[in-house]
Design a protein around this ligand. Structure first.
Ligand code: ADE
Length: 425
């Protein structure tokens, strides 16, 4: 491959990495049969023909399979990173070299580069934005009002992005439809729970190689992602403590068998802390002060705001890297706190994100949400829209079939019973 044989623009680490990326994208594709069926249909029907699309996602082998499906559907797509540390550079290279998809993403890019890439995505003048965390949509609304008339809609991947879109709608600034991929059942039940559960522990173990059996693991929050982490940490023998601010979720955690307490009580008990709240500074100065010597902290929520690293730095006399993605903060008090993955998504910083088998359903939702936006162009009101139940059910049926699992169907008698109110005791 020569530089002149590459037909698209890009800003990636190294095009020479393409061969490894290609192999890994194909490997992931083996676990993504639902997306593959959509890709094959898209290739025939071209539902995205003429659509300019900007995707802001973690640049992984799974996202690559999505990008390939969108291109097969006729989209003129560019891809940028949704996090400075989550890019897989070989995947970015293969998308550029083997698939002719423009990618702007480099693992470890600084914040300026990240924001420059967001601008590049908007320079593409997208009709559809696939967002993961809502940075592209927020920038569009803040800085590119003149492009709003070109937008058909957006699709949002993650809880944090949905929270931001709701805030935009409440402020009256969201003037186009936004498909809520996160809340589809075939997305959050599996990606948020089993995906985050496995990949977060994978990231922690790859970064530290610590034994989790017998450790006190404090899971901060008890949404779907946190539930997955608590469940899998328990499975590895950890003694799991949950902290929450929502009383219902706190009861759920307690009845799931976890100890529940405020962070002030959990701080001195934990060997490892994992934040998954979507909120800011859930671990703060007073908590670091109370932690055991050598306690480890990491984050698996979307943004790197959950752990107050500024406060930690102020309390620290020296920081040293002890392993990849593992930094020891020597506190002035004499103790150490270990920070994993710079407080960014540990599952994507130190591991490879969620396994392909769950991203298959998440990205099937993304592809079908784009198609839905195009089909219903002009008729969807501004604001958030659920993925239609039929689409969710269809994805579940295709996944089950691919997993070789059969299920029952209602008998005629049962169908009548389920639609009747006259039969009681
Ligand atoms: N978010 C979490 N895991 C991911 C993955 N493997 N690919 C893309 N986005 C993700």
């Amino acid at each position: 491959m020569t530089a002149t044989s590459i037909k698209v623009q890009y800003d990636i680490k190294d095009t020479q990495l393409a061969a490894s990326g290609k192999q890994r994208i194909e490997w992931a594709g083996r676990e993504m049969p639902v997306l593959a069926q959509i890709r094959d249909r898209f290739a025939e029907e071209k539902p995205l023909a003429g659509i300019r699309l900007a995707a802001c996602c973690h640049v992984t082998t799974e996202t690559a399979n999505l990008a390939i499906a969108l291109k097969a559907g006729g989209a003129d797509a560019v891809l940028i990173a949704s996090n400075p540390l989550s890019t897989q550079d070989d995947v970015a290279a293969s998308l550029v070299v083997d698939h002719g998809i423009p990618v702007y993403a480099i693992k470890g890019e600084d914040n300026d580069t990240y924001h420059r890439h967001v601008q590049t995505a908007l320079d593409h003048r997208p009709n559809i934005i696939i967002d993961d965390g809502s940075d592209v949509v927020a920038t569009l609304i803040k800085e590119r009002q003149e492009q709003l008339s070109e937008i058909i809609g957006t699709t949002e991947e993650t809880t944090t992005g949905i929270v931001r879109l709701r805030a935009m709608f409440k402020d009256g600034v969201l003037s186009f439809p936004a498909m809520n991929v996160n809340d589809a059942e075939t997305k959050h039940f599996f990606d948020n729970r089993y995906g985050t559960g496995q990949s977060t522990l994978d990231g922690i173990i790859r970064a530290t190689n610590v034994l989790l059996a017998g450790k006190a693991v404090v899971v901060v929050g008890y949404g779907w992602c946190a539930k997955g982490v608590a469940m899998r940490a328990r499975g590895l023998g950890a003694n799991v403590i949950v902290t929450e601010i929502n009383p219902v979720k706190a009861i759920e955690a307690a009845m799931d068998g976890f100890r529940v307490m405020p962070m002030a009580e959990a701080a001195p008990l934990g060997d490892l802390f994992v934040t998954l709240t979507g909120n800011k500074h859930v671990i703060r100065g007073e908590h670091f002060e109370a932690m055991k010597d050598g306690a480890m902290v990491c984050n698996s929520g979307h943004f790197d705001i959950e752990i107050d690293l500024v406060a930690l730095k102020e309390m620290t006399s020296e920081v040293r890297t002890v392993r990849s993605f593992t930094e020891e903060y020597k506190l002035k008090s004499g103790k150490s706190v270990i920070v994993l993955g710079e407080g960014r998504l540990i599952n994507l910083a130190a591991a490879e994100g969620h396994p392909s088998a769950v991203m298959d359903m998440s990205f099937a939702n993304q592809a079908l949400a784009c198609e839905y936006l195009v089909k219903h162009q002009g008729s969807l009101a501004p604001g958030l829209h659920s993925i239609p139940t039929e689409v969710d059910q269809e994805i579940a049926s295709l996944k089950l079939k691919a997993m070789g699992i059969g299920i029952d169907t209602l008998t005629a008698e049962q169908q009548i019973y389920m639609n009747s109110w006259t039969v009681g005791t």
